[in-house]
Design a protein around this ligand. Structure first.
Ligand code: FES
Length: 144
């Protein structure tokens, strides 16, 4: 029997997720045995307010094909307004992406609560599909 290697592009997504909502939502999806694409690796931060544009740029420069920024819904932040601070950083991040020639579609934003594991699964599936259409990240360093 001859084994053939799949040449299909399988994007690597870094999820930068708030501990209290999206990370807990991913956990809830796992404990509920929901199937989720294996493309997502999660970097947990304590609050969406901790997410800096630099984190996203570093991820894209160092091997990610896409970055999912996800945290609590507005009004649900455990640190009152950390997620609102993140929302205010998005225009700055878009400026940086433009300067580096990175397609902004490689970054996705979402609000996912601890009980929305199914929604997170849908978001990841949709993002995988979108990244497959974009193809591999052209700026990532060789060998990453
Ligand atoms: Fe989740 Fe602040 S604790 S965004």
């Amino acid at each position: 029997m001859v084994m053939t290697e799949s040449k299909e592009f399988n994007p690597y997504i870094l999820g930068i997720c708030c501990n209290w909502c999206t990370y807990a939502g991913a956990d809830q999806a796992g404990t509920s045995r929901m199937q989720r694409p294996a493309n997502l690796r999660i970097m947990r931060v304590m609050c969406g307010g901790r997410i800096e544009p630099q984190f996203v740029l570093d991820a894209l420069m160092n091997g990610a094909d896409g970055v999912l920024v996800s945290h609590c819904h507005p009004g649900d932040c455990h640190y009152v307004e950390g997620n609102l601070k993140t929302i205010r950083k998005i225009p700055m991040l878009h400026l940086y992406l433009k300067q580096f020639g990175i397609n902004p579609k490689r970054v996705k934003y979402s609000f996912v609560s601890a009980s929305e594991g199914a929604e997170l699964t849908e978001i990841v599936e949709e993002f995988v599909h979108e990244l497959k259409e974009l193809g591999p990240n052209p700026i990532k360093k060789e060998g990453k």
